[in-house]
Design a protein. Structure first.
Length: 425
């Protein structure tokens, strides 16, 4: 096959540029197409000029200029479509994330789904399209800047999602994304802005101030508080358990010293209620870990993946539907048992003291309670509607201790008034 010389290729290239083809990619494509067509004609016996004239006529009356115009129109249409898609992804992901955040703050259902969908659209749709646009429109020496920014934002967004959803790998992903932004994107960004800025001092100082403000805002957020709070609640649970065992032993000694069978009903009911709450705690752990209650006895709450879960507490004690669940391990059953025990305790006091004792005894479930938003709720919803698993477990332990302390108060009152434990026949 005949091949054009370098000089002939330069002539064709110059002609293409003179006829208004300014875009480099289009110029290279047209040059390759024209040269290939001419080489085929020359191989068939035509001269360079004849082959050139024939090939140029193939582009129609408008010539190469028309090709460029049509190409620009097509590219413009494609760019407009890409802009609309990018705008759509950005708007939708922003709306979903904002809605999910509001739902999360208000403890409304669907919050996790909204946040997950918003992050997915951001990471899989909006950010890749922005990266493609930046790589296409920006100079080649800025490619590293855009790539590090994309990777940093992607990993940070995924890390935040994993952190919010309490999925494994959140810390590594979040720290990886922030490290790329801190040690990759930010230094390159400042260097580029310093090189291209006409007013270097103003641009650089503005960027530094903006970054410093973001760092200060992040520092003020005190992101470690949630983990410290969680650790504090679990430590409280362990302390309550120790106090519960101590109080149980103390009560056993008091029963022995009284040497009376009149308190057998109180003792039996207290033991049964404490045992029931132990079984309820195991049932909650079993639901969360998807194991049997027997296996749940070996679970360390601090190592449990779903210790922050709200649904486990809600579904077991309240029910998955709008109507409150009844039956074993329901909140309704627990409330009934606590109320009955409280009445039993009150019955051990003289009638003239019961009114005063009723207002001071723990485990009151009547009346209304205000939640964190100032809304009034009954006892059941106040205790279990939006309660994380680790908080619910600690609350149940606290109620067990209340049961033993109420029992202890009755025993001490009997000892201080011997005639109360041995009434005259």
């Amino acid at each position: 096959m005949a091949e054009l010389s370098e000089a002939q290729i330069e002539l064709v290239s110059a002609y293409i540029k003179q006829n208004g083809v300014a875009q480099d990619e289009l110029h290279d494509d047209l040059l390759d197409h024209v040269c290939t067509s001419m080489e085929l004609r020359i191989q068939q016996g035509e001269s360079f000029d004849e082959a050139f004239q024939y090939t140029i006529k193939l582009f129609g009356p408008g010539g190469l200029k028309q090709v460029q115009n049509e190409t620009f129109e097509l590219l413009t249409e494609m760019n407009e479509t890409m802009k609309k898609l990018t705008f759509g992804f950005g708007l939708t992901s922003t709306f979903l994330l904002l809605a999910g955040t509001i739902f999360k703050v208000m403890h409304w259902p669907m919050a996790s789904i909204l946040i997950t969908l918003g992050t997915a659209l951001l990471v899989l749709g909006y950010l890749p399209m922005i990266l493609a646009h930046k790589l296409k429109e920006s100079p080649r020496d800025e490619a590293l800047l855009h790539i590090t920014g994309f990777l940093g934002l992607t990993l940070t967004s995924v890390g935040v999602l994993f952190k919010v959803m309490h999925w494994p790998g959140a810390a590594v992903t979040l720290l990886g994304g922030m490290a790329i932004l801190a040690f990759g994107y930010v230094p390159i960004y400042f260097y580029k802005r310093y090189k291209v800025s006409a007013n270097r001092s103003v641009t650089l100082s503005s960027s530094i101030v903006a970054t410093a403000c973001l760092i200060l805002i992040f520092a003020l957020m005190k992101t470690g508080n949630s983990s410290w709070y969680e650790h504090g609640v679990m430590l409280t649970d362990e302390t309550l358990k120790e106090e519960l065992h101590r109080m149980s032993d103390s009560n056993d000694e008091l029963y022995a010293s009284l040497n009376s069978g009149d308190l057998s009903e109180l003792r039996s009911e207290a033991n049964q209620l404490v045992t029931h709450i132990d079984a309820l705690k195991l049932e909650l752990l079993a639901w969360a870990a998807n194991v049997s209650p027997t296996e749940a006895a070996n679970i360390n709450l601090e190592d449990l993946e779903k210790k922050h879960d709200l649904a486990v507490v809600h579904d077991l004690l309240l029910g998955a539907d709008d109507k409150l669940r009844e039956g074993q391990f329901s909140a309704i059953e627990l409330k009934g048992l606590l109320d009955h025990y409280r009445n039993t305790v009150l019955g051990e006091y003289p009638s003239e003291l019961r009114s005063a004792m009723n207002s001071s005894l723990a485990l009151r479930t009547d009346g209304t309670f205000r939640n964190a938003h100032g809304q009034e709720q009954d006892w059941i919803h106040h205790q279990f509607e939006y309660t994380p698993l680790f908080t619910a477990i600690t609350n149940l332990t606290k109620w067990q201790l209340d049961i033993r302390q109420m029992e202890n108060q009755v025993l001490l009152s009997k000892i201080s008034r011997p005639e109360a434990s041995n009434p005259p026949s």
